[in-house]
Design a protein around this ligand. Sequence first.
Ligand code: SAH
Ligand code: DHB
Ligand code: MG
Length: 222
Amino acid sequence: MSQQQWTAVDDYFSEVLIGPDEVLEGALAAADDAGLPQINVAPNQGKLLQLLAATRGARRILEIGTLGGYSTIWLGRALPADGTLVTLEIDPAHAEVAEANLERAGLAGRAEVRVGRAVDTLARLAEEDTEPFDFVFVDADKPSNPVYFEWALRLTRPGALIVVDNVVRGGKVADAASTDAAVLGVRKLHELIAAEPRVTATSVQTVGVKGYDGFTLIRVES
Ligand code: SAH
Ligand code: DHB
Ligand code: MG
């Protein structure tokens, strides 16, 4: 199996089950125009996020790693009329693109981009003592995944789902001798999950338009 086949199959699924979408395509075009890296979730992965959040009945969604707001739009579409989303981004230029994209998606009133290092904006969220989140998508700097998992646990309520992107690292996640900071982050995340009685989790490998990767799905039980 080759990358070409994975892409052809992803394109087929997305064409049949998603179809043209001016808002999402416009968001990617705006991100491209601004020179942002093309590391957004694939369309069918974005739709998986939407389906998971909707199935959960999420009213409060937290995203760590906004980029141009592509995954944010998918998640925002799962929100009920009174729902809200907070997305955290370190790069002000990325946040600016995301804000314009969220505005065009009709989500400006319900989705808020907070600029800063996520460790700082997460601490601020905790200080604010806001309503807990029902869904968290972790997709920022990979070495910090263990820290983001701990914050996600603090900021969610029982029944919440936490999704962590990019956990396969080209297969190196299985290499206990790896010194790669992202691999160490993902392995430490798995150790924390395994030692945490409040959660149930699984990790799944994927192939597709973005290559070989995978995600971790964590349910907060109590
Ligand atoms: N979720 C997006 C892709 C995010 S890419 C999508 O699928 O559309 C990762 C993003 O995390 C980048 O925009 C990067 O600037 C941001 N990021 C990296 N380190 C960060 C940090 N320490 N705090 C907050 N955001 C960070
Ligand atoms: C990268 C980051 C991502 O979140 C992703 O899904 C793919 C690639 C990266 O930093 O290269
Ligand atoms: Mg990602």
